[in-house]
Design a protein around this ligand. Structure first.
Ligand SMILES: *[C@@H]1O[C@H](CO)[C@@H](O)[C@H](O)[C@H]1NC(C)=O
Ligand SMILES: *[C@@H]1O[C@H](CO)[C@@H](O)[C@H](O)[C@H]1NC(C)=O
Ligand SMILES: *[C@@H]1O[C@H](CO)[C@@H](O)[C@H](O)[C@H]1NC(C)=O
Length: 498
């Protein structure tokens, strides 16, 4: 009993304690920036020829599925105020501005036979503004905002012809903007596109087909990404000398105890969340555990084949190696327990995964019941990625703290950023993780999808009650500006060089 009690204490402590703040100077090759996305900040949803997206349509059709019944129609008005945004990025001394192109702003129908020149001009102006200010754009082609006609006419991501349609759009963007953009991201957070979009009524296209069409979507997203990559590789890389990658989102799943069953459950959860995308990109094919479990449960459901579509040898080869770096969006850590096999019934991604989530009571919570400030989780995650994907170059493309108060005295956000950047430095200096970029989400408050304007992540507040949408600096903006300037988390006198 005594020994058990002691071990429990040790285990609890190791989970509860954060590592000390890293005092090393940032490595020279670590590029720092901020990130956001067109549908969350631009507004001007139907201005100058922009077409409707699945998020416009969703917010207009199902207001009750958005926390505050809001829409992205106006958002931060960045379509008009982009110069103000760029000036803020410049004032913070940042290297990167990660942004996304709204597909429907340049191709209102989704197809390349109908180019909206005003939309093209907007992005040209934005890239020129960045160039004039010495800021390097990192550009996402698809940040969830499918042109609505593609959903209506052909079913969006579950129809394999999306692979060619997306690749045409990507190619057009490389042609139009390739001289300005050296850092391309094809698709942001495929897990949300597929497992949420085809698994939940609260995320468009709001088709409940978890465990079935959602996996078909995963395959098409991977092929669409790979096709865009090959086009860039064959036609643009030599001329434009850029990088192209997919951005994967994932929570770190820490085993809930040192019981081998909990350890296996956490690993399984990792493979279902990040592995469905990371494994095909970096190792080839779906993760074995995902193939095995979906096949097994499909059989028990009486199906003649697995709900997980097969990747052919050609497709495996076509997808493998198509991410120049690993883009990671990471916000939180959760604890994972083993649980008995969920009953066979309606197919579902979560049942295929088969784990229980929990958290420690002493973790600081963000705006959601999965959002916890756990910096050591990020460090462990980076080491996991290094070990599982053959030490890739990694760029953290999103990380930041979400609160519901919107306070200007955002000490929780400062603590979060300090802890997470420190975890990055630990991973770089002590674990030899090849982490070369870090972009904070976000510089501005924005329209947080189903959360509407009820959760806030900006280092600048946006007053959404004021038609002018003024930007108001938070304490974290000054904090982060100082950190970026010093390239160190601690005061200059305590900062350790080399
Ligand atoms: C897939 O898209 C094509 C056009 O791109 C369409 O002809 C076909 O009907 C679609 N398939 C389904 C199942 O919707
Ligand atoms: C997970 O397991 C741990 C210890 O094995 C237990 O203390 C905890 O209550 C479990 N959590 C849940 C949500 O089942
Ligand atoms: C990190 O990745 C970059 C880009 O691929 C590469 O040039 C560099 O050599 C890598 N660094 C290490 C330490 O592996």
């Amino acid at each position: 009993m005594k020994i058990l009690w002691f071990l429990t204490c040790l285990f609890t402590l190791s989970l509860a304690q954060n590592d000390p703040i890293n005092t090393r100077r940032f490595p020279k090759n670590l590029r720092i920036g901020v990130a956001n996305a067109a549908p969350q900040i631009e507004g001007a949803w139907n201005v100058d020829g922009k077409g409707e997206t699945i998020w416009d349509h969703f917010a207009h059709t199902y207001p009750e599925r958005i926390a505050d019944r809001s829409t992205p129609d106006i958002a931060c008005r960045s379509y008009e105020k982009y110069k103000e945004d760029v000036a803020m990025v410049k004032a913070m001394g940042l290297y990167h501005y990660r942004l996304s192109i709204a597909w429907s702003r340049i191709l209102p129908t989704g197809y390349v036979d109908n180019v909206n020149q005003l939309g093209v001009q907007y992005y040209k102006n934005l890239f020129k503004e960045l160039r004039d200010n010495g800021i390097v754009p990192m550009v996402t082609l698809y940040h969830w905002d499918l042109p609505q006609p593609l959903q209506d006419q052909m079913g969006g991501w579950i129809n394999e012809t999306i692979v060619d349609i997306f690749a045409d759009y990507a190619k057009l963007c490389f042609e139009l903007f390739g001289d300005d953009v050296k850092w391309w991201i094809t698709i942001n957070e495929p897990k949300q596109v597929c497992q949420s979009g085809y698994g939940s009524l609260y995320f468009p296209p709001a088709i409940e087909a978890s465990g079935t069409l959602a996996y078909v979507c995963s395959k098409n997203v991977l092929l669409a990404h790979a096709k865009a990559y090959h086009i860039y590789d064959e036609l643009f890389r030599e001329k434009n000398q850029g990088q192209i990658a997919m951005v994967i989102d994932a929570t770190w799943y820490e085993p809930g105890s040192d019981d081998p069953l909990d350890i296996a459950a956490a690993e399984r959860a990792q493979q279902f969340d990040i592995g469905i995308y990371g494994n095909p990109l970096f190792n080839g094919d779906w993760p074995q555990i995902v193939k095995d479990r979906v096949a097994e449960r499909s059989k028990l459901e009486g199906l003649s084949e697995s709900r997980l579509p097969t990747l052919t040898a050609f497709e495996i080869d076509y997808i493998k190696g198509t991410s120049d770096y690993l883009g990671l969006n990471h916000y939180s850590t959760q604890l994972i327990n083993h649980t008995a096999e969920f009953p066979i019934g309606k197919p579902s991604f979560e049942n295929d995964k088969n784990v229980i989530y929990w958290h420690r009571d002493d973790w600081t919570q963000g705006s959601a019941d999965w959002f916890w400030d756990v910096p050591w989780g990020l460090r462990k995650f980076l080491v996991w990625l290094k070990n599982n994907y053959n030490n890739p170059e990694i760029v953290i493309t999103e990380n930041g703290f979400s609160d519901t108060s919107g306070t200007l005295e955002d000490d929780n956000r400062i603590t979060y950023l300090e802890g997470h950047v420190s975890a990055c430095l630990d991973a770089i200096y002590y674990d030899n993780v090849n982490l070369t970029g870090y972009t904070v989400w976000s510089i501005l408050d924005d329209w947080e999808w189903g959360g509407g304007y009820t959760s806030f992540l900006g280092m600048y507040k946006v007053d959404f009650n004021d038609p002018e949408r003024p930007r108001i600096k938070r304490k974290s903006a000054d904090y982060f500006t100082d950190v970026v300037k010093r390239r160190c988390l601690v005061e200059e006198s305590q900062c350790v060089d080399q």
